[in-house]
Design a protein around this ligand. Structure first.
Ligand code: FES
Length: 154
């Protein structure tokens, strides 16, 4: 069930849209910030608040890759695997993350610290390969730099 605080935050978010449904992404992100991910139950609660079907809200949630429909670690690392980053060695960066933290794409490290996901172009191509961790974008990432970067995220 949505808490009073969550409900208040959603009420605030929908004020910015002529139709409640327009706030779907904002609403999902707001609740995800509090709960870490969007379970089926949470999705239904938000859909009810937005007066939208759970199926329609799920379409939004699964299309937008910053919404997590499964539990994630304390931090999420998105490794860009689009063309510029691929040319500049994103696969080696991904491999190094896997070696150091035991998490391949779609997996979470055994200590629950880091979930690793692929992402399309982060708009940081001039500094490929690029990695987004939580809200922070890193460019010119090399396998050698991975540990130094990830160590900031406990
Ligand atoms: S291709 Fe990776 S940031 Fe653009």
């Amino acid at each position: 069930m949505l808490s009073e605080v969550e409900r208040q935050e959603l009420e605030e978010a929908v004020k910015h849209y002529p139709d409640k449904r327009g706030a779907a992404i904002d609403a999902l992100l707001l609740i995800q910030r509090r709960r870490g991910w969007i379970s089926d139950e949470t999705l239904h609660e938000i859909a009810q608040f937005l007066e939208i079907t759970p199926e329609d809200l799920d379409s939004v949630a699964t299309f937008y890759n910053l919404i997590f429909r499964k539990p994630v670690g304390r931090h999420v690392a998105f490794v860009c695997d689009s063309i510029s980053c691929w040319i500049k060695g994103c696969e080696q960066v991904q491999e190094q993350i896997k070696t150091l933290y035991g998490a391949d794409f779609g997996q979470t490290s055994p200590d629950g610290r880091l979930t690793v996901l692929p992402i399309a172009c982060l708009g940081h191509c001039e500094r490929a390969p690029a990695v987004l961790i939580d809200q922070d974008v890193y460019g010119d990432v090399t396998p050698e730099k991975v540990e130094q970067i990830v160590e900031k995220y406990k």
